[in-house]
Design a protein around this ligand. Structure first.
Ligand SMILES: [Zn+2]
Length: 93
């Protein structure tokens, strides 16, 4: 499973790629605020008439392999499996 690292910020960037002969290149970056990026795009479009933007979202991904998967030669064990305590005789595990 791949999840976003909750301890890091998500970086939203918009770059204006519109312009008559050369791309405008004006850009805006916000951390954890995609709405601020969209607001900047709308304001830039209203001010300049430019309508085309490249948007990027950068985050940090964390891989959590399933229990029992072999990662770099080691068998992955999930913490909750280790906290289960001793097995009850006859109980399925
Ligand atoms: Zn522009």
């Amino acid at each position: 499973m791949i999840t976003r690292d909750a301890g890091t910020c998500v970086e939203f960037t918009a770059t204006c790629i519109d312009g008559a002969d050369v791309a405008c290149g004006d850009h805006f970056t916000a951390l954890d605020d995609g709405a601020a990026m969209d607001k900047w795009i709308c304001e830039h479009a209203q001010k300049t008439g430019h309508r085309t933007f490249r948007r990027t979202l950068v985050d940090v991904a964390v891989v959590t392999p399933p229990s029992g998967a072999v990662i770099a030669g080691e068998v992955e064990r999930q913490p909750h499996a280790l906290d289960a305590g001793p097995a009850t005789p006859g109980a399925p595990r």
